[in-house]
Design a protein around this ligand. Structure first.
Ligand code: G1P
Length: 291
């Protein structure tokens, strides 16, 4: 038996405006853009479920109700499909146990730290996970499951990290790494979007977190940071030294679906791996590349 409090709640910040994908995201939340036939948010929810997480908290904003609809019953669609003898199992992953999907509203986009703080009443006194759906993490097991396994060993706070080329670090949160043992690296410091020449390493935070509830109190008094936003990274940095803080090196593939090229890469990579279409997509890609 593990002596740690289990991670049962995940917070998904989904209030972002998605301006990088306009006009596609004018009427559709970016989290519902599909990689082939699954919306981005579905990949993140599935990843959390695989790790044993039951309660999903969406921090939403205006224009985002379609995300919640995605996880409700589509009565007319389902009735019509059933009447026509169609297979409803494709909708299985969109089902939720009643009460396990909770939304809270972030009225003004003040930053990731502020979005997480909006979920404080739901999180309460338990450790919880955060998944940023823009970051598509494909692993076996998935990223949060890998982190939960590490959490059972060391407890405290964990963030997933991966290495990027040095010139890219200023788009991310960056860790100041201490000692490493296996997949775990001690975190000595954290800095959000540093200039390349001031970055403590090229290990970036890749959008998955397991945090202790005290982060909510730390966020309470958190001023604005990089980009004039209330940054989660700054609040986590203030917790280092008061609680254990480790980075987990993720084993798997990561696609930055917040960028157009990352999104196309993810679509192509996942299509190539699919049994039902991989061979055909390979032929198409080869033909297109021959020009
Ligand atoms: C956020 C975090 C950053 C992290 C990144 C991962 O930044 O603040 O620390 O590295 O997600 O995608 P954003 O992409 O919201 O600017």
């Amino acid at each position: 038996m593990s002596k740690r409090k289990p991670i049962k709640t995940a917070v998904f910040p989904v209030a972002g405006l998605g301006t990088r994908f306009l006009p596609a995201t004018k009427a559709i939340p970016k989290e519902l853009l599909p990689i082939i036939d699954r919306p981005l948010i579905q990949y993140a929810v599935d990843e959390a479920r695989e790790a044993g997480i039951e309660q999903m908290v969406f921090v939403t904003g205006r224009g985002k109700t379609a995300i919640v609809e995605n996880f409700d019953i589509a009565f007319e669609l389902e009735t019509t499909m059933a009447e026509r003898g169609k297979d409803l199992s494709v909708l299985e992953a969109t089902r939720f146990t009643p009460g396990n999907l909770i939304t809270v509203r972030q009225q003004v986009p003040l930053g990731l730290g502020h979005a997480i703080w909006c979920a404080r009443a739901i999180v309460g006194d338990d450790p919880f996970a955060i998944l940023l759906p823009d970051e598509l993490m494909i692993g076996q097991p998935g990223c949060i499951r890998q982190m939960v396994e590490a959490y059972e060993e060391v407890g405290g706070n964990l963030i997933s990290v991966l290495e990027v080329p040095r010139e890219e670090v200023s788009s991310y949160g960056v860790i100041d790494p201490g000692e490493s043992v296996g997949v775990l690296t001690e975190v000595r410091g954290l800095v959000e979007k540093p200039p390349v020449d001031q970055a403590p390493s090229n290990k970036i935070i890749s959008g998955r977190y397991i945090l202790q509830p005290e982060v909510m109190r730390t966020l309470e008094g958190q001023g604005k940071g990089a980009g004039g936003e209330i940054q989660l990274t700054d609040a986590m940095a203030r917790m280092i030294g008061t609680q254990p803080f480790h980075a987990v090196t993720f084993h798997g593939k990561r696609y930055d679906c917040g960028s157009k090229t990352g999104f196309v890469e993810a679509t192509l990579a996942l299509a190539l791996e699919r049994e039902d279409m991989g061979a055909e997509i390979r032929r198409i890609a080869e033909r297109l590349l021959r020009g």
